[in-house]
Design a protein around this ligand. Structure first.
Ligand SMILES: *Cc1c(COP(=O)(O)O)cnc(C)c1O
Length: 388
């Protein structure tokens, strides 16, 4: 068995000039020798590219790197995370068929499922990702996909992927592993059929790219690739090039970020103004045992906490004081950022719906970055008012 590592996976530079890093193939099309070669390329006999919407060396390099790291046959790269998810879902499901999804998912993912239900006749049921039996019970004859996130947002609940995979049987299980990355979790090894990443987040890790990637079997990835091409969800070469560059340091970043996040979570947990901290590396977390087993290399950099008697105004004050940690509606940047789930990722929901998902008015979400833990703790110490 070959060992793969982010520092060297995914590139082939078999050209006359032999650049050490693959150049950016900023080209719409690729010339083809003749009709015979085109035929051989179409049938898969010859490698090669013809039109960037259908494929480009930079897509392939990044996709192959992710596939290798995820222990998958192949991967398709799309214009954004949502592009990748849409391509994955649309290629598996048609009107009249059914999806079972975790009740707690990234806000836009839930909106996409709602859209498929309201406008395209796809049935969707929701189940509890921390209760595999509920997924089993939701399966119907027409179920074509099950969707979960490895860590939920903003409560950071952990789902048992091996048990979920067993519970859904032959229904393809798609795991959104954006928060965990292949450094911390390899869902395919636990029985997942498709692994999805918003590469806009940790895989790139530098806050300057929009990309999505879906890894899986060759057959599944080919189908998704076709959908991506037909609906124009293809990625641009420069973003793929940047993402591969970012991926090189993944193995260094993720354990470091996880260590820092644990230190920050422990600090917040003992703070007199903090009601509760949600981080799977804390003993107080409901799935601590599972996290220790499934996320043995670290629990990633996402955490949330609730201020005592917290409100929108209290969180707003905190943001105004916390100048060094910017409020940014993204996550997994190199720098630490703060966000407010009730006003960003879950803003499309009513107060009751938010409450049902555990999104409270006093909840703050941190995406811990690469700064030293002591620096972040010092800044939070100064910004969170003490309850006398
Ligand atoms: C950001 C994100 C997405 C969507 O990805 P984009 O690149 O923003 O389109 C999907 N799932 C999760 C968990 C995310 O954090």
């Amino acid at each position: 068995m070959t060992d793969f590592h982010p520092a060297r996976s995914g590139e082939s530079t078999d050209s006359v000039t032999r650049p050490s890093v693959m150049p950016i193939y900023q080209t719409t099309a690729f010339d083809v020798a003749d009709l015979d070669q085109l035929g051989r390329m179409r049938s898969g006999q010859d490698a090669g590219f013809s039109y960037t919407r259908d494929g480009n060396p930079n897509h392939s390099a990044f996709g192959q790197a992710v596939a290798e790291l995820e222990n998958a046959d192949a991967a398709v790269v799309c214009s954004s995370g949502m592009g990748g998810l849409a391509a994955a879902v649309l290629s598996h499901v048609k009107s009249g068929e059914h999806i079972v999804a975790a009740r707690v998912l990234y806000g836009k993912t839930l909106q996409m499922l709602q859209e498929l239900q309201d406008r395209f006749g796809v049935a969707v049921s929701y189940a509890d990702a921390t209760n595999p039996q509920s997924f089993h019970e939701a399966i119907q004859k027409t179920t074509r996909m099950a969707i979960v996130e490895s860590l939920s947002n903003p409560l950071l609940e952990v789902c048992d992927i091996a048990e979920l995979s067993a519970a859904v049987g032959s229904v393809p299980l798609l795991v959104d592993s954006t928060f965990t990355t292949p450094t911390l979790l390899k869902p395919m090894n636990l029985g997942a059929d498709l692994v999805f990443h918003s590469a806009s987040k940790y895989l790139n890790g530098h806050g300057d790219v929009m990309l999505g990637v879906v890894a899986g079997s060759t057959a599944a990835v080919n189908k998704i690739e076709q959908t991506s091409s037909i609906f124009g969800m293809n990625a641009n070469p420069f973003d793929c090039w940047l993402a591969l560059r970012g991926l090189r340091t993944l193995e260094l970043r993720m354990p470091q970020i996880s260590k820092t996040a644990l230190a920050v979570a422990e600090f917040l947990e003992q703070h007199s103004s903090v009601e509760i901290v949600h981080y799977p590396g804390l003993k107080s977390h409901a799935q601590y045992e599972l996290a220790q087993k499934q996320l043995a290399n670290g629990c990633s950099g996402m955490l949330s906490f609730e201020l005592k008697n917290g409100s929108r105004d209290a969180v707003n004050n905190l943001m105004q004081t916390l100048r060094s940690i910017p409020f940014s509606p993204t996550l997994a940047d190199a720098r630490t950022t703060v966000s407010y789930p009730a006003g960003t990722s879950h803003v499309h929901m009513s107060a009751e719906e938010q409450q049902a998902l555990g999104v409270t008015p006093g909840m703050v979400r941190l995406s811990v970055g690469l700064e030293p833990a002591a620096m972040l703790i010092n800044e939070l110490q100064h910004a969170i008012p003490k309850i006398p």
